[in-house]
Design a protein around this ligand. Structure first.
Ligand SMILES: C[S@@+](CC[C@H](N)C(=O)[O-])C[C@H]1O[C@@H](n2cnc3c(N)ncnc32)[C@H](O)[C@@H]1O
Length: 246
């Protein structure tokens, strides 16, 4: 069984689907049961379907009411990531876009966000959600502040600087197949695996950030650096390690 194929159920989207297949270099799915995941092209955007489980499709909807309510004060200012950004910063590089939620929160706070994602599939999913957000009054000003770039942050960081550089790498779960691992995280893990180069990414980020580097990790994880961060914020399951530059 192959990991992923592209398909559409709408004949008028066939050409667009073929173009996406070429762009992402993933096959057009003829028999859906041959693929673990199907990236479906619909008139409202892209959605990722699991053929092996009853999981609901994954699509990036920045207008989902549960997410939307996190984007405005007071909820936005209570987000730990936002509290970790400190003062007098304007620009952020999110080196690990993933599903784009953290980038969107940072843009909602007013930061100009440049976000990198090396998985072409996740990049395409988030780009689809971002394009939709740009057309909606409630999210368009936020979406306008986000620039997505597909590629490896380790290569891209050399040409980019920002006040804050943010890392939220994939980390091996403590228990394999833990029921606590969220649906989205399981899908990302299937598509991209673990991020084994995140130590290297942190050392590069510390050279390129003007004010601070923020690293989000599970509570159980070791520091990504050999030295201690400037300070850490510990939650129940997640820890933010902050490296101040100035
Ligand atoms: C845990 S997810 C990030 C979740 C994200 N913070 C969110 O709000 O959805 C990690 C993502 O970073 C990407 N990633 C990790 N290291 C990267 C690198 N060096 N360059 C580009 N993307 C990277 C992975 O492909 C994965 O999609």
């Amino acid at each position: 069984m192959q990991l992923i194929g592209v398909s559409t159920e709408q004949p008028e989207l066939q050409l667009q689907t073929q173009a996406l297949s070429l762009q992402l270099t993933i096959p057009m799915a003829q028999e859906s049961e041959q693929y673990q995941y199907l990236l479906r092209v619909t008139s409202t955007g892209l959605a990722l379907h699991s053929t092996q489980t009853s999981m609901s499709p994954l699509l990036i909807d920045f207008l989902d009411p549960n997410f939307l309510r996190r984007l405005f004060p007071p909820a936005l200012n209570a987000e730990t990531l936002i509290k970790m950004t400190g003062k007098k910063a304007n620009t952020v590089i999110d080196t690990t876009l993933g599903l784009g939620r953290d980038s969107f929160l940072l843009a909602a706070k007013g930061f100009q966000v440049t976000a990198f994602e090396r998985s072409p599939i996740l990049f395409a999913l988030v780009n689809s959600g971002l394009q939709h957000a740009l057309t909606q009054t409630v999210t368009c000003d936020i979406a306008k502040r986000i620039q997505l770039i597909q590629g490896s942050a380790i290569e891209l960081l050399n040409q980019h600087h920002a006040d804050i550089i943010y890392l939220d790498p994939m980390h091996p779960p403590r228990k394999k197949k833990s029921a606590l691992v969220k649906k989205e995280m399981r899908i990302i893990r299937d598509l991209v695996g673990d991020d084994t180069d995140s130590k290297q990414l942190l050392s590069l980020a510390r050279q390129q950030a003007k004010k601070r580097v923020i690293v989000k990790l599970p509570m159980y994880a070791d520091y990504l650096s050999d030295d201690k961060p400037s300070f850490s914020n510990e939650g129940k399951t997640t820890r933010f390690d902050i490296y101040c530059i100035t």
